[in-house]
Write a protein that binds this ligand. Structure first.
Ligand SMILES: Nc1ncnc2c1ncn2[C@@H]1O[C@H](COP(=O)(O)OP(=O)(O)OP(=O)(O)O)[C@@H](O)[C@H]1O
Ligand code: SF4
Ligand SMILES: [Mg+2]
Length: 406
């Protein structure tokens, strides 16, 4: 993985961490073979941040979302890792800590977790019991599923579905208070409160998506995972919903993990972007860095897979080949079979992009790469104003590969 040290370092230093995923690995035991869907994934998310997760289909984005929320079911198995959640400090006087404190107190006996005065220790979501998970989900973490529009119960009106969440997770809330909260939530997501008795089939796709977001917001969670929340909508409605989500985040200050194929969208909305390939995170960077100076050839390929509105026209090339079968991930760097910058050791050493020896070898062979690897700007690299004109683009288009890289 190519980490943006500035990103990860800053997260830890600021002490404002919300979520820290450490070395998470997940397999699916399918009849046709074991699918290595997540391999040693580590990433952090700060409070109030939007983390964008991008990658081709099958790269493991949804698996990561399900693992964080503990929604994975057999044949999936979490092989190892931690998903650490950092509760708000007690000194911030937030009611959330009360909700989570019973989780932490229960853990105290086991010696694993403690609410340590004003600085609560992180809690490992993977070690929660079912009761702890129930207390945690929705109130701290909620998810908008990839197929969100089909996630509503077709035989209950949307008011009843929001009411269900409130009644289950806030049993002390009276009927009138719940009614008020339902109206408030519908208004918040741009649905007229008089639609409270509408059934999902009476709503447009955009309204159903808004209703799902209202459910996700019902208990004011700290973190919402949105797995391709707008994919099935037309671009106009997509834009409306995204504007709504961004507005809500400004007002309510929750964090978001936003999953999409659309890297151009993430450049607009995310604070930090993680690129996934074959179950691994290959690069993390702030969206500014990702836009100006992608460091991993796969990120560069993704960035060059969408056109710009401005600048000269150029032929879109995409990334040659297809993602690997995760039952048989290629050895070494999983991208080596498609990477135009691949060198000999890429097929044997895991992630040689990050390893000094391999980099040195490549630097010796190609002086352009050494400038890139030292953090200097890749000559003629992707330029938001004019992507596709640089040396990297020539490589992806096939033209000049030999001339430039060999
Ligand atoms: N229940 C399952 N059994 C076996 N393999 C699975 C199962 N669910 C997912 N997979 C495999 O795990 C890998 C990761 O899938 P995942 O759904 O996480 O990818 P994704 O990045 O979300 O893709 P998309 O962008 O298409 O939603 C894929 O190879 C997929 O085929
Ligand atoms: S194949 Fe080699 S050069 Fe290409 S991304 Fe992988 S490690 Fe880097
Ligand atoms: Mg998915």
């Amino acid at each position: 993985m190519i980490d943006s040290e500035r990103v990860e370092g800053a997260s830890k230093a600021s002490g404002n961490l919300l979520l820290e995923i450490r070395n998470l690995s997940v397999d699916y035991y399918a009849a046709s073979g074991t699918v290595h869907a997540l391999d040693d994934v580590s990433i952090t998310l700060e409070r109030g941040q939007i983390l964008g997760l991008a990658g081709e289909s099958g790269s493991g984005k949804s698996t990561l979302a399900y693992a964080i929320t503990r929604l994975l079911r057999p044949p999936a198995e979490i092989l190892g890792g931690e998903v650490l959640y950092y509760p708000r400090k007690e000194s911030e006087g937030d009611v959330r800590i009360e909700r989570l404190s019973h989780v932490a107190k229960k853990k105290r006996g086991s010696g694993r977790l403690e609410l340590n005065g004003h600085t609560p220790e992180p809690v490992d979501i993977l070690s929660f019991t079912p009761a702890e998970l129930r207390a945690f989900r929705w109130s701290e973490l909620s998810i908008v599923f990839q197929s969100a529009m089909n996630a509503l119960n077709p035989v209950l009106n949307i008011g009843a579905q929001i009411n269900d969440v409130l009644r289950t997770h806030q049993p002390k809330m009276g009927g009138d208070a719940r009614k008020r909260r339902i109206g408030e939530l519908l208004r918040l997501v741009g649905i007229a409160p008089d639609r409270v008795r509408s059934y999902p089939h009476e709503l447009s796709g955009g309204m159903r998506q808004r209703a799902i977001i209202a459910i996700a917001l019902a208990l004011s969670p700290e973190l919402i995972i949105m797995d391709e929340p707008t994919t099935a909508l037309d671009v106009v409605v997509q834009r409306e919903i995204l504007t709504e989500i961004m507005g809500l985040r400004e007002r309510l200050n929750f964090s978001v993990i936003f999953i999409t194929h659309d890297l151009s969208l993430l450049l607009e909305i995310a604070d930090k972007i993680a690129i996934m390939y074959a179950g691994r995170i290959v690069e993390t960077a702030t969206s500014g860095e990702m836009h100006r100076q992608p460091r991993h050839p796969y990120s560069y390929g993704l960035l060059n897979s969408f056109p710009t509105i401005y600048g000269p026209r150029h032929r879109m090339t995409g990334i040659p080949g297809s993602p690997p079968d995760l039952r048989a991930v290629p050895p070494g760097c999983a991208f080596h079979t498609r990477c135009p910058c691949a060198f000999d050791t890429c097929s044997t050493i895991t992630r040689p992009c990050r390893e000094r020896g391999a980099l040195n070898e490549y630097r010796t062979r190609n002086s352009r790469f050494s400038r890139h690897a030292r953090g200097g700007r890749w000559p003629g690299a992707y330029d938001g104003a004019n992507p596709g004109s640089g040396a990297f683009a020539q490589i992806f288009s096939g033209a000049g590969r030999q001339a430039v890289w060999r």
